[in-house]
Design a protein. Structure first.
Length: 142
């Protein structure tokens, strides 16, 4: 396993299109749903300072959207998964809780979050589609 030097920073509004493309590329392969995260939401969250970029060698390899204490979206580029980059990025963000949208046919991310000190606290079925489940996870206390 290679050890990467990562840099986490707030996203700049000038890179909004690249961030939308990043979500579409990496979520499409996972969710088969281009535009899973609406561009307007991303633009608004960047303006509010709630979008973070993870870089390796000045290349965007991860993006996260928060509202301060809650992590709303967290994506690592498919070529950089299983290299501890996601764990390092998550540790740097240090959210109090995590909101996960899960759809059938994708790997369950709860194992990743459990390995990083989070525990499931609530499961909620979507009243709109019944295809999505929202998992709220809280930082496990020792």
């Amino acid at each position: 396993m290679s050890h990467h030097r990562i840099r986490v920073r707030k996203a700049q509004f000038s890179e909004r299109e690249a961030i939308v493309d990043f979500f579409d590329e990496n979520l499409h392969n996972m969710y088969h749903d281009p535009g899973f995260v609406p561009a307007g939401l991303i633009f608004d969250k960047i303006k509010r300072g709630n979008v973070f970029v993870c870089e390796v060698d000045n290349k965007m390899v991860g993006v996260a959207i928060t509202n301060g204490k809650t992590l709303w979206n967290f994506v690592i580029h498919k070529n950089f998964r299983k290299q501890r980059i996601g764990s390092a990025f998550l540790k740097e963000l240090n959210p109090q809780q995590i909101r996960i949208k899960a759809k059938g046919g994708i790997p369950d991310p709860t194992g990743f979050y459990s390995k990083n000190g989070y525990k499931p606290v609530e499961f909620v079925s979507s009243g709109v589609t019944n295809k999505k489940t929202i998992l709220l996870a809280a930082k496990a206390t020792a």
